[in-house]
Design a protein around this ligand. Structure first.
Ligand code: BTN
Length: 285
């Protein structure tokens, strides 16, 4: 374990919850806090164990992407969660985490935080934070979920790779000032814990669905939905009671999706025009 920097020691001191962050493993650098938290979970780390790193050399994003993780400016942490949850309900937990993060980041920064399905955190039209939930051992008593959160906190535009600047932002860029990472991560963990306790008891609630919808970007808007092997053009309709995305294709058929990615900025294929593709892996509503 690396010596804790002041901000992590401060986070530990100011922690308000009982579960999340009760054990903090700090690493100056690691490949991925999700990977490291998985190792800890396999060795029996209790629920709520947090792995925090100052930098990641192989930070993982959703859909096999990487998460660029320079030192000293941002927040990268992963939580070991042990919810008694069938694997098909893990997506609900990530929606919940998106809502918790949106509340916490909004409260700390005063910025207008939005969610793009399933749980990208957007500010000013660009991505400021992301969540990666990975489940292992589904349906076995030893199952766990690693909930990884990356927040671009004090990253300056000049430090970002040029191509990333087109689509990504940071709290500092948006607010024009720096933020204390201990306060931000502490608030995020506290909000997550509150929502998680309710989720564990009562599942994906109507209140959670409403909150997600309140933060959501693009409801009622034209969008492109990408899911394994397919692209579908249509309109985002919202979430159903189980947290699946309701997406209407151009023929007006609404289907539910629990995985994939939505794009609100896209160029329709000029060859094919703006057409719906078949959605073999989607369930009909
Ligand atoms: C995404 O939006 O694609 C998800 C990004 C998740 C990044 C975080 S940073 C901390 C944790 N460790 C990882 O390797 N990934 C997550």
């Amino acid at each position: 374990m690396s010596p804790m920097p002041l901000w992590v020691a401060d986070l530990q001191k100011r922690r308000r919850g009982k579960i999340l962050g009760r054990e903090i493993l700090f690493l100056e650098s690691t490949d991925s806090t999700n990977r490291r938290a998985r190792e800890e979970a396999l060795c029996g780390a209790p629920e709520g164990t947090a792995v925090i790193a100052e930098s990641q050399s192989g930070g993982k994003g959703r859909l096999g992407r990487s998460w660029i993780s320079p030192p000293g400016v941002n927040a990268y942490f992963s939580l070991v969660m042990r919810p008694p949850l069938p694997p098909e309900r893990v997506p609900q937990m990530t929606l919940m985490a998106g809502v918790s993060c949106a509340w916490a980041i909004g409260r700390v920064t005063g910025l207008d935080v939005r969610l793009k399905w399933p749980n990208d955190i957007f500010i000013g039209g660009k991505k400021a934070a992301g969540i990666l939930a990975e489940m292992e051992g589904g349906n076995s008593p030893r199952q766990f979920v690693i909930l990884g959160i990356g927040i671009n906190v004090n990253w300056e535009g000049a430090g970002m790779p040029a191509d990333l600047r087109e689509t990504a932002t940071s709290l500092r860029i948006e607010a024009g000032k720096e933020f204390d990472r201990a306060g931000l991560v502490g608030e995020t963990m506290a909000e997550l814990e509150k929502d998680y306790v309710l989720f564990r008891e009562g599942g994906f609630s109507e209140r959670m669905r409403e909150e997600w919808t309140r933060f959501a970007l693009g409801i009622g808007k034209r969008a492109m939905l990408t899911f394994p092997g397919h692209q579908l053009f249509g309109e985002i309709r919202g979430l159903d009671r189980d947290g699946a995305l309701l997406f209407a294709d151009l023929e007006g058929n609404t289907r539910r999706f629990t995985a994939g990615e939505v794009s609100l900025r896209f160029d329709p294929d000029p060859e094919k025009g703006f057409t719906a593709e078949s959605a073999e892996t989607a369930e009909k509503n």
